[in-house]
Write a protein that binds this ligand. Structure first.
Ligand code: IVH
Length: 703
């Protein structure tokens, strides 16, 4: 290891070496790379962090260039903290971002035995399996930690990233280099590129010891091992991570340059041979009954394990089946998390507060006598809505059973009637918005009472702005809920476009607590980064009722650009035709279409959208490769296909860029007619639409 001069003076004095790399050996090169990494980090900190550069830009550039030359000549010596990865980025803010080569998915949840039976039946149906066809699934513990993606190139760990939003995570390579249980160099003969995913977690004893040490040093206490693992991973100083005893179980694959196993079961065995820890409680099952037995066995073992688990994950074993099953939104069709039942406890309701949400919904929240449930202190529980309070007759002063499951907000299960104080009174739900005083209306048949004041209500406006900057929307680093509250209160941000005009308020921002030159520059930079935004995020960010991420993407793909959308749904347009066009899009129902149209017709919303669009650049949605013959085409399926289920056919068509519609119209490009096709085939014939039989369909998608 190179001796790195530690003092500021010594670091500042390092200059770029001149020796020809062709005449250097590995040790010499490693020493010089270590010095360069330390010196460049030192100058980065002075330049970006302290605004106090010690050397000229030209001398700094020489250090960086020398580092690149050495790295190019000795690729095996590129350091985890290599300056070439972060040159020019502010060294003092957060972690770098990593674009995942393949998205990191989450899991759908099941709770009951019936959910599991349905899942297996769904998978069998999708794959068109006959009763006699074997379907193996792997059941493995669901570790309660954080998912992590480890990238290996030629067997060498080159990058570690958190899940983040699934597409983009944080670069935690330097910290992961300090975790003993994670192999830095793989054994055996791994593929050239291999991303291994798994869960990083902390054992319960290590969590308890850490909290004791934190308490002794007046440090922050962690609520549970999962939070402790998260806090330990996201340390600016990697040496802190090193002392925290983090552990890792490997369980899935990201990018991989060559196939390493035909099944998940074999893949797990291969991971072990590469040097990873794989959970030993996993089992291969052929029947639903076996899955449920494994669930019970793992559940029984739960209390004796050294780490927390919160359920069992079932995964279809065969990789070719996994590929065919694909994913919906952010979760694979080939896996399901079977969660353990929620933990329960008793406490008292001290008060009921009403929160006003983004769409005006009044949500009652119970303020509780704090109580520990499953290792976490709970002091609030959601009461959902007015009907829920009435149905359970929940009153202030009641003793209640509460439960929490995983990250879900704690809920009230029931009231313990015997403990009710004699003077208790029924809870009166407010008929006016507690924030703006406007009427709060509960339409017949609906469970939710809503403030009728739209974004003129301060609470709705605030929640809407918070949604706008949230992770799946504009996701502006350094501009979260807290800053939005502050800027909104000061009147600096009242509509989304104001965010992109904050650069005119830098002097005012500088007067606020916690803002220095660097943090303002960082904030302005992150706002500028988001001035270019994809249409689907833009639409999602608008906070239209019922329009979540999936619908936003569907709308983005359908309209392609904002102008088309605003022309199709406009005061002067034929809005019946616009509604018909929306309903024609697969997965958009009549109610959703009506919410979308109402939103874009309201003059205040149109002005807001146009104002925002004038501040940002909107990019069209990414589409699947358009060299496919199905790209941009509208396709309708009818009748029964023998080789694949309707669901698989639909998923295939969509992944090749087609729109799948439920009914034949003049916009239909192809009708795929399986056995027993009926009226749709006749209608297609009348309209002169190309009708494909199953063989032609399979040929079209290359099966
Ligand atoms: S598989 C595409 N397996 O659960 C498959 N996830 O609720 C993705 N998790 O984000 C995950 N144990 O952090 C898988 N054995 C296991 C797991 C597991 C824990 C976590 C993981 C994931 C989350 C989803």
């Amino acid at each position: 290891m190179a001796k790195v001069p530690a003092s500021d003076e010594a670091l500042a004095s390092i200059t770029a070496g001149t020796k020809d790399p062709a005449h250097m050996d590995m040790l010499e090169a490693a020493d010089e790379l270590a010095l360069l990494a330390a010196a460049i980090a030192h100058h980065d900190k002075r330049y970006h962090g302290a605004d106090d550069p010690a050397i000229s830009d030209a001398v700094y550039d020489q250090l960086v260039a020398r580092n690149r030359v050495l790295e190019a000549s000795f690729p095996g010596l590129v350091r985890a903290d290599s300056p070439s990865e972060r040159v020019g980025s502010p060294a003092t803010v957060g972690f770098g971002k990593v674009q995942h080569a393949r998205p990191m998915l989450s899991l759908n949840n099941g709770f009951s035995d019936e959910d599991i039976t349905d899942f297996v039946a769904r998978v069998r149906r999708f794959l068109s399996l006959d009763n006699g066809d074997e379907l193996a699934l792997i059941a493995e513990p669901k570790i309660d930690g954080l998912s992590l993606s480890l990238r290996y190139e030629s067997g060498c760990l080159t990058q570690a990233a958190t899940r983040g939003d699934g597409s983009e995570g944080e670069d935690v390579t330097a910290n992961i280099m300090q975790v003993d249980g994670i192999p830095k160099q793989l054994a055996g003969t791994p593929p050239v590129i291999l991303e291994v995913r798994g869960e990083i977690y902390m054992d319960r004893v290590d969590f308890l010891a850490l909290n004791e040490a934190q308490e002794a040093s007046d440090g922050k206490l962690f609520a549970n091992p999962r939070n402790a693992a998260a806090g330990s991973l996201r340390q600016k100083d990697a040496s802190v991570t090193s002392g925290r005893n983090l552990r890792f179980f490997a369980y899935s694959m990201g990018e991989c340059s060559s196939e390493i196993a035909p099944t998940h079961w074999d893949f797990l065995a291969t991971l072990t041979s590469f040097g990873f820890a794989v959970n030993g409680l996993s089992a291969r099952c052929l029947l639903v009954a076996e899955l449920l037995e494994t669930y019970k066995a793992i559940g029984d073992a739960r209390a004796t394990l050294s780490y927390d688990i919160d359920g069992v994950v079932y995964k279809v074993d065969r990789h070719d089946y996994q590929t065919r099953l694909g994913q919906v939104a952010r979760a694979p069709r080939w896996a399901l998390a079977h969660k353990f039942p929620a933990e329960q406890a008793q406490t008292i309701i001290r008060a009921i507060d009403i929160q006003v949400g983004r769409t005006g919904a009044l949500t009652p929240v119970a303020r509780l006598e704090p109580i520990t449930v499953g290792g976490v202190v709970v002091s609030n529980a959601t009461l959902h809505n007015e009907d829920e309070i009435n149905r359970k007759d929940i009153r202030i002063g009641d003793t209640v059973v509460i439960q929490r499951a995983g990250d879900v907000i704690p809920q009230i299960v029931r009231v313990i009637a015997d403990h009710r104080p004699p003077d208790s009174a029924e809870y009166q739900f407010p008929l006016f918005c507690p924030v703006c005083g406007a009427d709060a209306i509960k339409p017949e048949g609906e469970a939710v009472r809503r403030c009728t004041n739209g974004v003129s209500c301060e609470a709705q406006r605030l929640e809407w702005l918070k949604h706008f900057v949230s992770r799946d929307a504009f996701d502006i680093e350094g501009l979260g809920a807290r800053q939005i509250e502050q800027f909104s209160e000061l009147g600096w941000v009242t509509v989304p476009a104001d965010i992109f005009r904050l650069h005119d308020r830098q002097e005012e921002i500088a007067t606020l607590d916690g803002y220095g030159e660097t943090s303002i520059r960082n904030l302005m930079n992150s706002i500028e980064t988001r001035r270019t935004i994809g249409l689907e995020r833009f639409i999602y960010a608008l906070g239209i009722r019922q329009v979540g991420q999936a619908t936003a993407r569907i709308l983005a793909l359908h309209y392609d650009n904002l102008e088309r959308l605003l022309t199709a749904i406009a005061p002067a347009a034929n809005n019946e035709a616009a509604a018909a066009e929306l309903v024609e899009i697969d997965q958009v129902g009549a109610l959703m279409a009506s919410d979308i149209i109402t939103f874009f017709l309201a003059p205040a919303n149109r002005d807001m959208v146009i104002d925002l669009a004038s501040e940002v650049t909107i990019t069209p949605p990414d589409r699947p490769a358009d060299d496919s013959p199905l790209s941009g085409k509208t396709i309708v399926f009818t009748g029964t296909l023998a080789a694949m289920s309707r669901a698989e056919a639909k998923a295939r068509a969509e992944s090749l860029g087609a729109k799948v519609s439920g009914s034949v119209s003049t916009k239909t490009n192809f009708l795929v007619a399986g056995a027993d096709a009926g009226s749709k085939a006749r209608k297609a014939g009348e309209l002169g639409i190309t009708v494909l039989n199953e063989d032609s369909w399979l040929a079209l998608i290359n099966v």
